[in-house]
Design a protein around this ligand. Structure first.
Ligand SMILES: *[C@@H]1O[C@H](CO)[C@@H](O)[C@H](O)[C@H]1NC(C)=O
Ligand SMILES: *[C@@H]1O[C@H](CO)[C@@H](O)[C@H](O)[C@H]1NC(C)=O
Ligand SMILES: *[C@@H]1O[C@H](CO)[C@@H](O)[C@H](O)[C@H]1NC(C)=O
Length: 148
């Protein structure tokens, strides 16, 4: 009986935990959970010219009418040019509900970020920052991605 309970708890923990992500600098708010299909630990492997697919659950601490997604890619500490596609940039279009959001409202945003690199085998750090009204940071996380 006890063993069964332990097994159920462990299973639940493994499912609920999601991916262990990298925290952004400057104490920007962290997500409640990030999941990346097909990736259970960093770095995630993504074929060149494919998409990095992710889902992030977070709750902005302030009310907001807008959500803007910014992506920064870096390699060995150098920023790479990265143009956020329009379909990803407007976060309100990719959440499981609609904007405006109230303070503390938990939402899930699902996004696809194209990846492209001149070299394979390199591991790029991708930082995802979602800001609300007035540029206030709602959530931020980073993940390492190895290009195949
Ligand atoms: C991301 O999703 C797209 C569309 O569903 C799919 O074609 C692509 O292979 C996915 N990328 C990865 C790395 O799984
Ligand atoms: C959206 O996702 C959040 C967090 O996962 C969840 O709490 C909420 O119930 C979802 N809302 C809808 C309308 O599905
Ligand atoms: C990845 O795709 C881009 C765009 O087609 C191409 O320029 C680049 O050479 C590709 N990288 C590799 C390692 O094949």
């Amino acid at each position: 009986m006890f063993k069964q309970v332990v097994a159920v708890v462990l299973l639940f923990a493994a499912v609920a935990q999601g991916l262990e992500i990298i925290q952004c600098s400057n104490n920007r708010p962290t997500p409640q959970e990030v999941t990346v299909p097909g990736c259970t630990s960093l770095p995630c492997q993504v074929p060149n010219q494919s998409d990095f697919n992710f889902s992030v659950r977070f709750a902005p601490t302030f009310p907001t009418n807008t959500l803007t997604v910014d992506v920064r890619a870096s390699l060995l500490g150098l920023f790479l040019p990265y143009e956020v596609p329009d379909h990803l940039r407007n976060g309100c279009n990719n959440i499981n509900t609609s904007c405006p959001l109230t303070a503390g409202q938990s939402v899930t945003l699902t996004g696809t970020a194209p990846v492209e690199a001149p070299l394979t085998g390199v591991t790029v750090t991708m930082e995802f920052e979602i800001t609300g009204d007035g540029g206030q940071v709602a959530v931020c996380f980073a993940a390492t991605v190895t290009l195949l």
